[in-house]
Ligand binder design. Sequence first.
Ligand SMILES: CC(C)(COP(=O)(O)OP(=O)(O)OC[C@H]1O[C@@H](n2cnc3c(N)ncnc32)[C@H](O)[C@@H]1OP(=O)(O)O)[C@@H](O)C(=O)NCCC(=O)NCCS
Length: 317
Amino acid sequence: MDIVPLDFAAEPGRLAEYHTLMADVFAPGPRMPAPLFRLVAERGWRATPAETWLAVDDGRVIGGVTLHLPDDANAHVALVRFLSVDAAYRRRGVGSALLAHATGRARSEGRVMILIEIAEGGPGAAFARAKGMREVASQARRVLDLAAFAAPEREVPGYRLEFLRGRSPEALTGDMITLMEVMNDAPLDDLAINDESWTPASVRQMEEAWDLACQDVFTVVARAGDGSPAAFTRLFAGLGEAGGWARQTDTAVLRAHRGRGLGRWVKEANTAWLKRTRPDLTRVITWNAVSNRHMIAINEALGYRLLDVWHVWELRV
Ligand SMILES: CC(C)(COP(=O)(O)OP(=O)(O)OC[C@H]1O[C@@H](n2cnc3c(N)ncnc32)[C@H](O)[C@@H]1OP(=O)(O)O)[C@@H](O)C(=O)NCCC(=O)NCCS
């Protein structure tokens, strides 16, 4: 067996084999469609330096690992995005070899730790424990059945909603930066990572990536009476993706505007908009820190139900 780098542009066949290998990792949640998988593996939403290494045996891809090596506020970390071994080749040391390779790469890039998300209770968790990793954060996935969802009539006095599909107009970039940086307030548990900041260039880069990953993106912004941004939320839906899944990602309310029902209002309004606009969709999946009780209370009120729990594991390198 060899461990070799994946050249995304020149090796579409190997990329497809790697994607197939990852098919079950997110079950019972949605499988990542090919364009989204490629985007995440090759560079992520923020064009993060990234590399993928494949375990190849007799010309076949039998395992793989992707590393993101941020060059910004989190240059001390290597993020393992995917690590998987073909079920027919497990318990033969392939996972160990891939992890050792990733650890070596992280170390030579000056990283002090690897972080990796793993489903609770599966082989990944046993593997992480065997490798001396430490659980540093817990996240739950919840699913909303869109057929059962109906948004109640709601207004929050003093605020209005703005609906944006796809990339935001350039005039709104400053507002988007203000809103997205509020995501730094989400609980981190024991995760030793730093706040993310945004610039007009990184916002543009991220929004361009939506097209690369064939994502139809729905954003709702709440504005205060003076026009300033107060809250936002975002839903992603693949174009041509099987399974009827959408993904709920960021939701944030600026500190000065919390406690007035804005978080729930923007989410309900966006979900209702998505349901009207994309009748092909049947369900929405979301991730939250288990400790994020306010966000989870809103999600439960909307009708989201628990699917499973994942932990972030840290390995000092
Ligand atoms: C986790 C995974 C990558 C491990 O790959 P692997 O090639 O089977 O791992 P290794 O053979 O190198 O296992 C190393 C050690 O981890 C532990 N381990 C691995 N799988 C285990 C399992 N299913 N049950 C208990 N212990 C396990 C054992 O201690 C094992 O050593 P041993 O076989 O000598 O007892 C593989 O099971 C997989 O692809 N799972 C699905 C994807 C996933 O969960 N990825 C998360 C990343 S960790």
